[in-house]
Design a protein around this ligand. Structure first.
Ligand code: DGL
Length: 267
């Protein structure tokens, strides 16, 4: 029995889509969430900057005595995970591996679309891992940076979101993809809108659930699960105030939370 919390971070509210799955799959685990809202977006920044920020985020979470960390950000997972593994002893999980495994199990026609931030698409992380598994698979990637501010603003299913999705997805749909990886943790917040535009023939792949299952298995194998009966405690920290946090929590987690603001530059 290990009551230490699981640490989860993202650049903003996107990682709440991972928190949601962790809460579902491991309801008794305590969670400490950090959203780096002062420095969002990560998707337009260099690998070096995202890595520097990610290290600070891990250092902050370590002050909360976390037993493991989930990088609930595809941009940081695809650009900085290796550096984090080299720097810290705490077990750290990204979201890309799980997303790849899920996509491989979903596609039937071997044409997979990947949408993510410019940083994730530039890293080529999804293509490399998918094509390593099966050379016949075709991967078509597209950066969709505007989805992030739409999600942060709570504009997840309106006319602007739909038009944006139509413009971004057009070229991927023309390629005949049958699976679309939501390769940014903000995007599941727009799932309904993206799903409507993509159409019924395209299956949406959200790496969050598979990531949560992967972490659960790890905790079990290591004997560090929290077997408590009570629902886990959740604490939320942001690096800057954001109006929308409470309502986005309500939408994503079915409960509003008030975040504590911290100065991430101290870490
Ligand atoms: N939610 C993050 C991701 O999965 C990053 C979004 C951003 O800050 O650009 O990539």
């Amino acid at each position: 029995m290990d009551k230490r919390p699981i640490g989860i971070f993202d650049s903003g509210v996107g990682g709440l889509t991972v928190v949601k799955q962790v809460m579902k799959v491991m309801p008794h685990e305590n969670i400490v969430y950090f959203g780096d809202t002062a420095r969002l977006p990560y998707g337009s920044k260099s690998k070096e900057t995202v890595t520097k920020f990610s290290k600070q985020n891990v250092r902050f979470l370590l002050t909360k005595k976390v037993k493991t960390i989930i990088v609930a950000c595809n941009t940081a997972s695809s650009n900085s995970l290796e550096a984090l593994h080299k720097t810290f002893d705490v077990p750290i999980f990204g979201v890309v591996d799980a997303g790849v495994a899920e996509a491989l199990g979903t596609t039937q026609n071997k044409k997979i679309g990947v949408i993510g931030t410019a940083g994730t698409v530039r890293s080529g992380a999804y293509e490399k891992m998918i094509c390593k598994e099966d050379k016949e698979l075709q991967v078509f990637s597209k950066a969709c940076p505007l989805f992030v501010p739409l999600a942060e603003e709570g504009w997840t299913d309106n006319e602007i979101a739909r038009l944006t999705a139509e413009r971004y997805l057009e070229e991927l749909l023309e390629k005949g993809i049958d699976s679309l990886v939501l390769g940014c943790t903000h995007y599941p917040l727009l799932k309904r809108c993206i799903g409507t535009v993509a159409g019924m023939d395209v299956k949406l792949v959200d790496p969050a659930k598979a990531t949560a299952k992967q972490v659960k298995l790890f905790l079990r194998e290591k004997g560090i699960e929290n077997f408590g009966e009570a629902p886990g405690e959740r604490s939320f920290y942001l690096s800057d105030y954001t109006d929308m946090f409470y309502s986005i929590c309500q939408k994503a987690l079915k409960q509003g939370y008030n975040p504590e603001i911290i100065d991430i530059e101290q870490f």
